[in-house]
Write a protein that binds this ligand. Structure first.
Ligand code: ZN
Ligand code: ZN
Length: 332
């Protein structure tokens, strides 16, 4: 299998797909900027459009990962220079309060907005369906438990796998890709130890609370690369849709290596990567870089339709300035 890259990859894949496949997209549920719009709205829209141009009907089922177990903010020696030597600054997104002040958590605030943005696809392609899944709910699946335990127990094994499949630089330390969140103070800093029979223990560096219990008794942070394999296997994903920055990090080869090492019977999905959205400062648009802007979805779809490059700048004319959160319509 090869990666399907940008617009040309999309056209090729549209020819290949039946229209009934399960497609995965994932998001950190704490915002919705133009980079998110690219993978969540623009590329799904264009994939449906070009599939139907081939005389097929778009009936895709989109499995939408609400990544509430990811780090609240990335921390580490240098998160850009060494992207695999990272850990959460404080906690997982699961425990981040709503900065708008109106909901129980930031996830509760953003999930309905994310859902509405995607559901807009149905206005044009009525046959598509959606399954919105918070990653924290995957803990009930035995494969998720098994992979999470392995991630906690042997992070070096994962670093070796990632290193062998990426051109990015790595350090020997710190190396950790998952851990429990303190049940008492909700911080991520501490020691998680794995025993047999799905039992773990937690000792908090911040409040010194200790607890031992079943893996299902805790909440976690979990790096998205191993967590990705859990989702591919559990939902039998046929196609993954991701931003081009994932391709640059080596994710095409890394995902294949994860399948081979931890779940060789998992079917390798088609992997479609979108162009990376750059902010006007020329940097990748990202909430952690504080350079996000919202796209005017109709204009953005038009700009991306036929665009064959790997990076696209969100120019002034594509920015949505007058955002009315309740108006989610973008049918073109
Ligand atoms: Zn809210
Ligand atoms: Zn604590």
């Amino acid at each position: 299998m090869k990666p399907y890259l940008y617009f040309e990859g999309l056209i090729e894949l549209a020819k290949k797909l039946k229209g009934t496949e399960v497609i995965h997209v994932g998001i950190r549920p704490y915002g919705f900027h133009a980079g998110n719009a690219m993978t969540f709205v623009v590329y799904p829209y264009l994939l449906c459009k070009y599939l139907e141009k081939e005389g097929k009907k778009a009936r895709f089922n989109f499995v939408v990962s609400i990544n509430d177990w990811e780090q609240d903010f990335l921390d580490g020696p240098d998160t850009r220079e060494y992207p695999f030597n990272i850990f959460p600054k404080n906690t997982s997104i699961y425990f981040v309060p709503d900065d708008n002040g109106c909901c129980a958590s930031i996830v509760d605030h953003w999930q309905p907005i994310i859902e509405q943005k995607m559901l807009g696809l149905k206005d044009t392609f009525s046959g598509v369906s959606f399954q919105f899944v918070r990653n924290s709910t995957l803990i009930d699946h035995p494969f998720c438990q098994e992979l999470l335990l392995k991630t906690i127990e042997n992070p070096r094994e994962q670093l070796e796998l990632i290193k062998a499949n990426s051109n990015k630089k790595t350090l020997q330390d710190p190396v950790q890709y998952a851990g429990a969140i303190c049940p008492k103070c909700h911080r991520a800093h501490g020691k998680t130890l794995v025993f047999g029979g799905n039992r773990i223990s937690w000792e908090c560096d911040e409040c010194h609370y200790k607890q031992e219990g079943d893996i299902k008794d805790f909440q976690y942070w979990w790096y998205h690369k191993p967590m990705f394999l859990a989702r591919i296997e559990i939902f039998k994903i046929d196609v993954t849709l991701s931003g081009g920055d994932h391709f640059s990090e080596g994710d095409f080869n890394i995902r294949k290596a994860y399948i081979e090492k931890y779940s060789p019977n998992t079917k390798e999905p088609y992997m479609l990567f979108t162009p990376t959205v750059l902010a006007q400062d020329g940097q990748k648009m990202s909430k952690s870089r504080n350079n996000t802007a919202s796209a005017d979805i109709k204009k953005f779809i038009k700009a991306v339709d036929g665009f064959t490059g790997k990076e696209i700048v969100l120019t002034e004319d594509l920015i949505e300035t007058d955002i009315y959160e309740k108006d989610y319509s973008y049918t073109v």
